[in-house]
Design a protein around this ligand. Structure first.
Ligand code: NBP
Length: 484
C-alpha cells in the first residue's frame, strides 16, 4: 500500500465541506475527500478540486488508509443521526489517539456525549462551531472548537491557518471542554437571530413610520455602516434594500414576510430557560419569527383588529433616524451582554474555563455576526477578564447612557404608532430591570406564600425562609422548598 499522505480527511461534500477542503488545500494541506453518496467524490475531484492536491476515497476504509497518524477526520454533514452513524463506522477503523471532528451545527449535549463515549475508546472528539457560510468556509471561517483538549495540539495549526483573521489574529482558538465549542456556536447563532431582528425592526420603522424609499433606507444603512454599527449584517442589508428585480421593483418587498429557522436560535432560548438566564432579546427574536410565520392568521387578523389611526411619524425624520440608530446600538449591547451571561452560566454549570475575550475575537471576523463592535467586547474582557457583565464595562455603560433617551423615544413611538418593536422593547425592559435595586418580586413572593405557602425571605434576614398565615384561616405549615 502507498505511504499515507493526507493530512486530514473531510467527510461531507456539500457546500460547507467542499469549500473548507479548498481552503485547507490553499494552505498547503493534503485533504482526502469522502461523501456518503460516493459519486460526489468523483464529481468534486473532476470539477471544483481539479488541479489541486485534494485526493478522494470511495470508502471509509480507503479514506482512513490514506491518512497520516494521528489520523484527523472532520465531518461536515447534517447534524444528528448522520454524525452518530459516521462515528460508529469510523471507530473500528481508527486507532487510539486518532481524532474525529464534527464541524456541523450539532447540539452541544450531543457533543458532550460523543466526547465522553469516544474518550473511553482512546479517541479524541472535537465539536467545532463553523460560521461564515459558503464564503467563510472557502476563504476563512470563524472556528469554535471544543471537546477533548488532547486533540487541540494536533489540529491547532490547520484550524488557525484556515480561519478568518482579525487584525492578523486567527478567529479561532480552543473554546473549552465537552460541548463548549458547540455551545458557543449556538449562542453565536442566537445572537445572529437577535441582530437580524433588530435590523428588521429598524427597517420596519423607517419604511412604515417614516415612509422612506428603499434608496433612502439603503443610504441610512450605508451611513450606519461607517460607525459603531459597522458589521456584515448591516452591510448586506444595505445592499438587499436597494436590490431591484428585473422589472425595477425592489425585490425585498416581493418576499413573503414569513421567517424560517433551523433551530439554533430556539436552542439558545431553551438553554436560557434551562439555566435561568434572562436572554430575552434572543428569545423575543425567535418568537418574532414564529409570529411572522403565522402569515395566514395575520392576514385574517389584520382585517379585524384595529391599531392607531396613523402609523406615520410626524416629527423630524432625520432626528428620528438617529434615534433608531441609537436604539439599535443600545439593544445590540443588551443582546450581547445577555449572550455572555448565558455562556458564563453554562461555563459555571459545566466547569468550562471559557475565555470571553477569545470568544469575542473568534466572532470578530469570518462569521455572520462579525463587526467592529466585537472588537470593543474583546477590549472590555482584555481589560478585565473577570468582568461579570458587559454592561458594567465603562465603554458599554457610557454607550448605553448616550443612547438611552433615543432608545426610549423609539420604543414609545413604536407603541404609539402601532409598529411592533419586540427586540428594542424587550432590551429596554431588561435594561430597566437589571439596573433596578428593587423589583416587584417581593409581591410575587407574597402571592406565592399566600396561595401556596411557598415561604419568602425578609430583606432583613436573607437565607431564612418564613411563612405567614395571611388570612388567618390557613395553617402554619409551609410547602417544601424547591427550585422551579
Ligand atoms: P447539509 O447540512 O445539507 O448536509 C449535506 C451532507 O450531509 C452531505 O454530505 C450528505 O451526504 C450528508 N448526509 C445527510 Br444530508 N444525511 C446523511 C446521513 N443520514 N448519513 C450520512 N450523511 C448524510 O450540508 P452543509 O450545508 O454543507 O452543512 C454541513 C454542516 O455544517 C451542517 O451540520 C450544517 O448545519 C453546518 N453549517 C452549515 C452552514 C451553511 O451556511 N450551510 C454554516 C455553518 C454550519 P449525501 O451527499 O450522501 O446526501
Amino acid at each position: 500500500m502507498a505511504e499515507p499522505k493526507a493530512d486530514i480527511a473531510l467527510i461531507g461534500l456539500a457546500v460547507m465541506g467542499q469549500n473548507l477542503i479548498l481552503n485547507m488545500n490553499d494552505h498547503g494541506f493534503v485533504v482526502c475527500a469522502y461523501n456518503r453518496t460516493t459519486e460526489k467524490v468523483d464529481q468534486f475531484l473532476a470539477n471544483e478540486a481539479k488541479g489541486t492536491k485534494v485526493i478522494g476515497a470511495k470508502s471509509l476504509q480507503e479514506m482512513v488508509g490514506k491518512l497520516k497518524s494521528p489520523r484527523r477526520v472532520m465531518m461536515l454533514v447534517k447534524a444528528g443521526q448522520a454524525v452518530d452513524d459516521f462515528i460508529k463506522q469510523l471507530v473500528p477503523l481508527l486507532e487510539k489517539g486518532d481524532i474525529i471532528i464534527d464541524g456541523g451545527n450539532s447540539e452541544y449535549q450531543d457533543t458532550k456525549r460523543r466526547v465522553e463515549e469516544l474518550d473511553k475508546q482512546g479517541l479524541y472528539f472535537v465539536g467545532s462551531g463553523v460560521s461564515g457560510g459558503e464564503e467563510g468556509a472557502r476563504y476563512g471561517p470563524s472556528l469554535m472548537p471544543g471537546g477533548n483538549p488532547k486533540a487541540w495540539p494536533h489540529i491547532k495549526d490547520i484550524f488557525q491557518l484556515i480561519s478568518a483573521k482579525a487584525n492578523g489574529e486567527p478567529c479561532c482558538d480552543w473554546v473549552g471542554e465537552e460541548g463548549a465549542g458547540h455551545f458557543v456556536k449556538m449562542v453565536h447563532n442566537g445572537i445572529e437571530y437577535g441582530d437580524m431582528q433588530l435590523i428588521g425592526e429598524a427597517y420596519h420603522l423607517m419604511r412604515d413610520t417614516l415612509k422612506l424609499s428603499h434608496e433612502e433606507m439603503s443610504k441610512v444603512l450605508d451611513d450606519w455602516n461607517k460607525g459603531e454599527l459597522d458589521s456584515f449584517l448591516i452591510e448586506i442589508t444595505r445592499d438587499i434594500l436597494k436590490y431591484q428585480d428585473k422589472d425595477g421593483s425592489y425585490l425585498v418587498e416581493q418576499i413573503r414576510d414569513s421567517a424560517g429557522q433551523k433551530g439554533t436560535g430556539k436552542w439558545t432560548a431553551i438553554a436560557a430557560l434551562e439555566y435561568g438566564m434572562p436572554v430575552t432579546l434572543i428569545g423575543e427574536s425567535v418568537f418574532a419569527r414564529c409570529l411572522s410565520s403565522l402569515k395566514e392568521e395575520r392576514v385574517q387578523a389584520s382585517k379585524v383588529l384595529k391599531g392607531p389611526a396613523t402609523s406615520e411619524y410626524k416629527g423630524d425624520k432625520k432626528e428620528f433616524i438617529e434615534h433608531i440608530r441609537k436604539a439599535l446600538y443600545a439593544s445590540k449591547i443588551i443582546s450581547y451582554a445577555q449572550g455572555f451571561m448565558l455562556m458564563r452560566e453554562a461555563a459555571s454549570v459545566y466547569k468550562w474555563n471559557l475565555n470571553y475575550g477569545g470568544i469575542a475575537l473568534m466572532w470578530r471576523g469570518g462569521c455572520i455576526i462579525r463587526s467592529i463592535f466585537l472588537g470593543n467586547i474583546k477590549a472590555a474582557f482584555d481589560k478585565n477578564p473577570k468582568l461579570s457583565n458587559l454592561l458594567l464595562d465603562k465603554f458599554f455603560s457610557d454607550a448605553i447612557h448616550n443612547c438611552q433617551d433615543s432608545w426610549r423615544t423609539v420604543v414609545a413611538a413604536g407603541a404609539t404608532l402601532g409598529v411592533p418593536t419586540p427586540a428594542f422593547s424587550t432590551a429596554l425592559a431588561f435594561y430597566d430591570g437589571y439596573r433596578s435595586e428593587r423589583l416587584p418580586a417581593n409581591l410575587i413572593q407574597a402571592q406565592r406564600d399566600y396561595f401556596g405557602a411557598h415561604t419568602y425571605e425578609l430583606l432583613s434576614q436573607p437565607g431564612k425562609f418564613v411563612h405567614t398565615n395571611w388570612t388567618g384561616h390557613g395553617g402554619n405549615v409551609s410547602a417544601s422548598t424547591y427550585l422551579a
